[in-house]
Design a protein around this ligand. Structure first.
Ligand SMILES: Nc1nc2c(ncn2[C@@H]2O[C@H](COP(=O)(O)OP(=O)(O)O)[C@@H](O)[C@H]2O)c(=O)[nH]1
Ligand SMILES: [Mg+2]
Ligand SMILES: [Zn+2]
Length: 362
């Protein structure tokens, strides 16, 4: 295998050039955890640590994640990551746990995977089925810059497959919706058509949806452990505990991920939200007020659509919830800068007061 097969492309080459001139090497992160990084350079897998200056990185999203291309020094003793090449795409969520800030860092985004071309949102057609969750994942994917595909898995367990597919197609606005059975093999050929040499595909979705089973099917071998769904709760046992990139024999790369217990969105603008909800965006353009919140304003085209049954209440709720999360995320960075600023001014004004007191200023 060479690095082209690991997804190396013109974008990587361009950003790597200055490092290459210094005799440095590039490799792709296939696994990360506990401060250690498993790297592939097309030949061997190596375990790397971070160079000191990266450990003190200004922001947690500057640290390498699965899918990243990193720079190492072959002349150094041990493998150390000296730099992370700029990401073409990055899947980010708001850091779990609602921490106010990560060790004082102004941003609280967590990067889940980098340099992904296609993001497959896997949803089980069993109790996992949830159109609102698919909408959240769609926004996450649109924000990342990757191309979404939706897979409704466990088709064998669902008597209304075509109804479900139509339901999701109606909210997916052109995103391919595939129905598969990872166990029986139905629909896998269609999914395989999204595997292209040198391109990276990530499997997203709840725990138990069948992501690892799909990966094993696509790889033609058991690469990841899967677990039977407990009949009591209809949920898969957690077997995938970390994100990992697998080069497939056909030349594509697949990242398997564990389910996200919490998916709080992170984004910089409105692009992701607007791509997920083009219907609501179009309606909102016809509201009487440009800043309509679609609550109880007169002339609200969104409310009218609810009343006539042209828009589902649950979908509007989903939109408003995502909007709130994204607005919060966007303000987050500003806010922590403002707070730092406020603190600075407080100190300065105290200094001035003290000076005035000491110098008897009127
Ligand atoms: N009936 C059925 N079971 C499936 C299918 N795909 C996966 N499973 C089962 O669902 C459970 C969870 O699968 P797994 O791949 O570990 O899910 P993951 O958490 O998304 O990686 C396992 O017992 C699988 O055998 C499917 O298409 N049909
Ligand atoms: Mg799994
Ligand atoms: Zn409105």
């Amino acid at each position: 295998m060479n690095s082209e097969n690991l997804g190396w492309n013109a974008h990587c080459a361009e950003h790597f050039e200055p490092y290459e001139q210094q005799g440095l090497a590039a490799a792709r992160v296939v696994r990360a955890g506990g401060g250690l990084y498993a790297l592939l350079d097309g030949e061997t897998e190596q375990t790397a640590t971070l160079a000191g200056h990266l450990r003190q990185a200004s922001s947690p999203d500057a640290l390498p994640v699965v899918g990243d291309w990193v720079v190492t020094d072959p002349a150094a003793a041990g493998v150390r990551i000296e730099a992370v090449l700029p990401r073409r795409t990055a899947l980010k969520r708001a850091a779990a746990g609602g921490r106010k800030s990560l060790a004082g860092h102004p941003s609280s985004a967590q990067v889940l995977a980098a340099n992904v071309d296609t993001a497959v949102i896997v949803c089980g057609l069993d109790r996992d089925y949830n159109p609102r969750r698919i909408e959240r994942y769609l926004t996450l994917v649109y924000e990342s810059g990757a191309t979404p595909v939706i897979v409704l898995n466990k088709g064998d367990l669902c008597p209304e497959v075509e109804m479900r597919r139509a339901e999701i197609e109606a909210i997916a606005f052109g995103v391919p919706v595939l129905v598969t059975s990872a166990l029986g093999g139905d629909g896998l050929g269609e999914l395989e058509s999204f595997l292209r040499t040198g391109e990276t595909l990530v499997l997203l979705g709840s725990s138990g949806a069948g992501k690892s089973t799909l990966l094993n099917r696509l790889a033609g071998a058991a690469r990841q452990t899967t677990a039977p769904v407990s009949t009591a709760v209809g949920k898969g046992v957690h077997t995938t505990s970390h994100r990992e990139l697998f080069p497939l024999p056909g030349g594509a790369l697949v990242i398997d991920t564990p389910g996200l217990r919490e998916l709080h969105l992170w984004g910089e603008g409105r692009d992701g939200l607007e791509s997920t909800f083009p219907d609501i965006v179009a309606l909102a353009e016809r509201c009487r007020f440009g800043d309509c919140r679609h609550e109880n304003e007169p002339g609200c085209a969104v409310r009218d659509a609810l009343a006539t049954g042209n828009l589902e209440a649950a979908r509007l709720e989903s939109y408003l919830k995502q909007q709130t999360q994204l607005a919060y995320a966007a303000n987050r960075q500003d806010l922590s800068f403002q707070q730092a600023d406020k603190k600075k001014w407080k100190v300065i004004s105290q200094e001035i007061k003290r000076w005035q007191r000491d110098h008897g200023d009127p």
